[in-house]
Ligand binder design. Structure first.
Ligand SMILES: NC(=O)c1ccc[n+]([C@@H]2O[C@H](COP(=O)([O-])OP(=O)(O)OC[C@H]3O[C@@H](n4cnc5c(N)ncnc54)[C@H](OP(=O)(O)O)[C@@H]3O)[C@@H](O)[C@H]2O)c1
Length: 335
């Protein structure tokens, strides 16, 4: 284990007789779960799910204690896998991190090689985490929509929760892929930001009125929804024939009230997006595209905030208030 210090810092989440709590601790490699690839972590990121886990506002971890952080990127320092050798740059998003395995908020991490993705050419370790689960989710949504025939000539795609991590990256990725993108946001003060990412129309979520009929006038050819609840319920009524709705998030709630009419009359498809459980071959293919033709041109602008492990608290709170704007990268090591 030459090169790995005996003790290093990590952001750990506990839930025991002393209550639910999270924070920085000094740990050793033996405190981490087993894994056949050990990495020195360079960067992680902050996603909505990380904020839920850190604050205890959502039940994300399924065992305790664990390091937080559903994303990680770094360099292999030890490997029992034939697929990886010391010095290889790698990343993992989702795949049970900060759920059933220790996550990326640690200076070293032991990973399961079955979920490790070699850093694709065209991305730095920082860029991989600027994208992170949010970018992967946006790209997975587009990937699955296009698998069902979505194409730019069908008309505009609307993105909800537009100023957040998934929303911002979805706008920029879809714009690059040739789509006309509309944005729905709660932050009317950020219309300029959204237009800068490519949105051709911005709507305030507070001014939306969907109508109550099972089918209302169709406005969009597809949708990537980060909000759920009334937003998703309303969207099912206004998507054009053979359009697709990628259901990603629950920032506004988890319920869904609709009828079969959008599905059997308009042929609308409701696609479930689960970035954490995405099959490995698709995962690798999507990361290749994120490094290539789906790399968002405004990535640095979207992810211009960087914090250290010790300073993540404010970002967690902002996210829980619905105040996220773009992405926050966590600088862990020297990557
Ligand atoms: N399915 C998956 O695999 C997957 C992967 C990643 C994320 N997600 C989910 O997708 C959502 C977005 O994640 P993220 O990391 O992008 O989070 P984020 O950066 O915190 O963005 C969430 C955005 O949602 C909007 N929002 C927040 N509270 C709201 C409310 N009460 N009602 C309506 N809109 C609200 C806000 O955007 P505006 O102010 O612009 O409206 C906010 O910026 C989360 O629910 C997350 O759990 C799912």
């Amino acid at each position: 284990m030459a090169g790995i210090p005996e003790r290093f810092s990590a952001f750990r989440v506990h839930n025991d007789s002393d209550g639910y709590r999270s924070g920085i601790e000094e740990i050793s490699l033996d405190d981490l779960n087993e894994g056949d690839v050990t990495i020195e972590v360079a960067f992680s990121s902050i996603n909505y799910k990380d904020a839920l886990a850190a604050t205890g506002k959502g039940k994300i971890l399924r065992r305790y204690p664990l390091c937080g952080g559903i994303d990680v990127a770094g360099t292999v320092v030890e490997s029992e896998s034939d697929d990886y050798a010391p010095g290889d740059p790698v990343l993992v998003t989702g795949s049970g991190l900060s759920e059933v395995r220790d996550g990326g908020y640690s200076h070293y991490q032991r990973l399961d090689s079955k979920s490790v993705v070699p850093l694709p050419e065209g991305l730095s370790l920082r860029e991989a985490m600027a994208l992170g689960t949010a970018g992967f989710t946006a790209a997975l949504s587009l990937y699955r929509m296009e698998a069902l025939g979505q194409s730019p000539d069908q008309g505009p795609i609307v993105i909800t929760g537009a100023t957040g991590g998934v929303g911002s990256l979805a706008i920029n990725i879809l714009t690059r892929a040739g789509y006309d993108v509309h944005a729905i946001t709660g932050k009317v003060s950020e219309f300029d930001y959204l237009e800068g990412l490519g949105a051709t129309q911005c709507l305030s979520r507070h001014d939306l009125y969907w109508g109550q009929k099972p089918l209302e006038t169709a406005r969009w050819a597809g949708c990537i929804d980060n909000v759920g609840d009334e937003m998703l319920s309303g969207l099912t009524r206004v998507i054009k024939p053979f359009g697709n709705i990628a259901s990603c998030g629950l920032a506004g709630g988890i319920s869904l009230q609709t009828t079969v009419m959008p599905f059997i009359i308009r042929g609308v498809s409701l696609i479930g997006i689960s970035s954490s459980n995405c099959p490995y071959p698709v995962r690798k293919e999507i990361w290749q595209r994120l490094a290539d033709d789906w790399k968002p041109p405004k990535l640095e602008e979207i992810a211009n905030k960087e914090v250290r492990l010790e300073d993540m608290g404010d970002t967690f709170d902002t996210m829980m208030r619905g105040g996220a704007l773009g992405r926050t990268v966590v600088k862990v090591g020297n990557g």
